[in-house]
Ligand binder design. Structure first.
Ligand SMILES: O=C(O)CCC(=O)C(=O)O
Ligand SMILES: [Fe+2]
Length: 322
């Protein structure tokens, strides 16, 4: 089992976050890159056929190819790569990137071994999860600077879930596919902020158009958390964090996942989670990525009928948001 040391555990308790290096090998991550290259290839071919772009740019590596395509056409591409549905405007054919390689990452034994040391051996994959592929921000057209492709503002992950999840020890796991650096927009955290209460989050005020904690409520001194590919950041649900702008000339690519004990509210009931590991009932574990895909397709079908579930508790009328 990949072990975290007593010192590492103490650091998490003290600071509210922990970086663990070398969880994934290159061989673990390569299949994900291959799948995403395939998705980008299909998208490029479709856009070329629609004459949105003039060339499929098949000779370029993934990141540079995506940037080139974005430079040519103002394309709404992020949903093709995300491992979640959007919170609104779900249609029967809304794309979602549920592939075998991503499912293998969600169930990766070395990752779950670390998660187990935080929340125990009954591990549920919480559906609050995203793929974030961020181009250099200056290259994103102003009208598209929102959502998953730009930096996020200050928040606590508990604040992006519904309140029935408040007592659940949900653990955030942030996994870089490209090295995450200060230049390309790694995360910044306020050490120790998990010892404070949930702050007010104001809707529509973040740089991504989402929730954000007003600056006077951030407190503490933020520190950047660069991480090498292969490692992961583990974060308490109350740790205040944000991400930096991508000022580099290539993409910054990460997945953010969440895990919690089995049998507790996920804070996003409209989306499907699954049993990732169970020592008590191993027969309940989900092992086939196609079953995972079906869960998301079923959720998509339901949401496309027009259901409008609440995704969080915040109102822009809050005094702190004025
Ligand atoms: O990747 C980012 O920019 C933000 C991620 C985040 O807020 C999270 O993983 O909880
Ligand atoms: Fe977050």
């Amino acid at each position: 089992m990949s072990k975290i040391t007593t010192e590492m555990r103490a650091q998490f308790e003290q600071e509210g976050y922990l970086v663990v290096n070398d969880i994934f090998t290159d061989a673990d991550l390569k299949p994900i890159e291959r799948d995403y290259s395939e998705t980008l290839d299909q998208l490029a071919r479709t856009l070329c056929a629609q004459r949105v772009i003039s060339d499929v740019h098949a000779d370029l590596p993934f990141g540079k190819r995506l940037i080139k395509i974005l430079q040519e056409g103002n394309v709404n591409w992020a949903q093709y790569f995300d491992i979640s549905l959007p919170q609104t405007q779900v249609h029967p054919d809304t794309p979602i990137h549920t592939t075998a390689s991503v499912f293998d990452m969600l169930r990766h034994p070395a990752l779950l071994d670390v998660v187990q040391q935080f929340i125990g051996p009954e591990i549920y994959s919480n559906p609050i999860q995203h793929t974030r592929i961020k181009p250099p921000e200056a290259m994103v057209p102003a009208s598209a600077r929102n959502g998953l492709v730009v930096r996020v503002g200050w928040h606590q992950d508990q604040g992006v879930a519904t309140p029935e999840q408040d007592e659940v020890p949900v653990l955030t796991v942030w996994i870089p596919i490209t090295d995450a650096t200060v230049e390309n927009g790694c995360l910044v955290v306020v050490p120790g902020s998990h010892k404070h209460e949930l702050a007010t989050h104001c809707p529509g005020t973040g740089p991504d158009g989402g929730l954000q904690i007003p600056s006077k409520q951030i407190g503490g001194k933020p520190v950047p958390v660069p991480i090498k590919r292969g490692g992961a950041l583990f974060m308490h649900r109350l740790t205040k964090h944000a991400s930096l702008t991508n000022h580099s000339d290539d993409i910054r690519w990460s997945f953010d996942l969440r895990y919690q004990p089995i049998g507790m509210p996920t804070g996003r009931p409209a989306f499907p989670g699954f049993v990732a590991r169970s020592q008590l009932h191993p027969e309940t574990e989900l092992h086939d990525w196609r079953d995972w895909t079906t869960l998301w397709q079923d959720a998509r079908a339901t949401l496309s009928l027009g259901a409008a579930p609440a995704f969080n508790r915040w109102s822009s009328d809050a005094v702190a948001c004025a």
